[in-house]
Design a protein around this ligand. Sequence first.
Ligand code: NDP
Ligand code: OXD
Length: 327
Amino acid sequence: MAALGADAPAAAFEGRRPRVALLSTQLDMAYLLPAFAELFPEAEVCVQAALGDLRTIDAAVCWMPPRGLLARMPGLKLIQSIAAGIDHITGDPALPPVPLCRMVDTDLAASMAAYVCWAVTHRQRHMQDYVASAAAHVWQEQPVEPPGAHRVGIAGLGALGTRCALALHAIGYRVSGWSRTAKSGLPGDIALFHGESQRAAFLADCDTLVCLLPYTPETHGILDAESFARLPRGAHLINVGRGAHVVEGDLLRALDDGQLGYATLDTFTEEPLPADHPYWTHPRVLVTPHIASRTPARAIARLTRINLARVLQGNAAMVAVDPARGY
Ligand code: NDP
Ligand code: OXD
């Protein structure tokens, strides 16, 4: 995505002022206004509380938009997710049939790689024990195993999974990956698996399993008792995909009976995670509040401008979601 913005044809907006709506039931999307003012100056950008005439909205920039609202915008030409995932939009049963685009961005991928490397290392190097020792002023060493003795499997080898695989591989971890279709072009010592038929073999080799799948009907509940049973005993689960990839009861049971040793969870079926949820107090669960990665505001403004220009000129939008695949 290096050329973002550089080639957006300003000609597409000549003689018109496109209207862009910032929609979310969860975030205050006003944080995007300065980036849009700088990088999409042709647009009139409005927040949800001040949309004006819905018939004149050209593009909607969304994180969990209100259900049914997009269908009330008859001039809509583009739905742009501010996130890599689009399940927060496609859950709307009244979604209008206009191009739907997700985010692919180098900073988004780099932040995800940093989070995943931290989460792997945090557990593999016993950092939670050092935090406890430090609190008690105790000088206590834990075993130091080399990264090459630890197998990390990444479910989902897309824009983010591939970046994480390369970062972990560069540190020296033994990396494998699983995707829907066969992959090539990665270092030869990254073991590659694909498709349902190779899932069991992939899972059998994961001391740490990282979930970076999109949420689709096929991946709903994929992290269940059967998957956990296929992992080596005591494995670490890192879920940075979606909360609904996990069957929560199965995860808690697998942690309690020792089949899983630890879970680092960043995404949840209900966000914010309710204060009384058992994850918060479980001794072998670390919760982070869906912060593994974020798309910088400037990248969102740049891609929205490029995509709206492309659609207005009759071209395909960039990183459009394939409705048949669902991601
Ligand atoms: P991509 O679409 O680039 O990659 C998705 C990967 O998952 C692809 O390798 C794809 O296979 C694979 N996949 C999809 N369905 C299946 C399946 N049924 N079985 C096996 N593999 C499958 O997505 P991104 O890498 O950009 O993002 C992945 C997800 O990460 C997002 O959808 C989102 O849920 C999550 N995310 C979380 C964030 C956070 O802060 N926690 C931030 C950003 C994203 P193939 O290559 O064959 O198509
Ligand atoms: C996501 C994101 O898809 O933050 O979760 O990009």
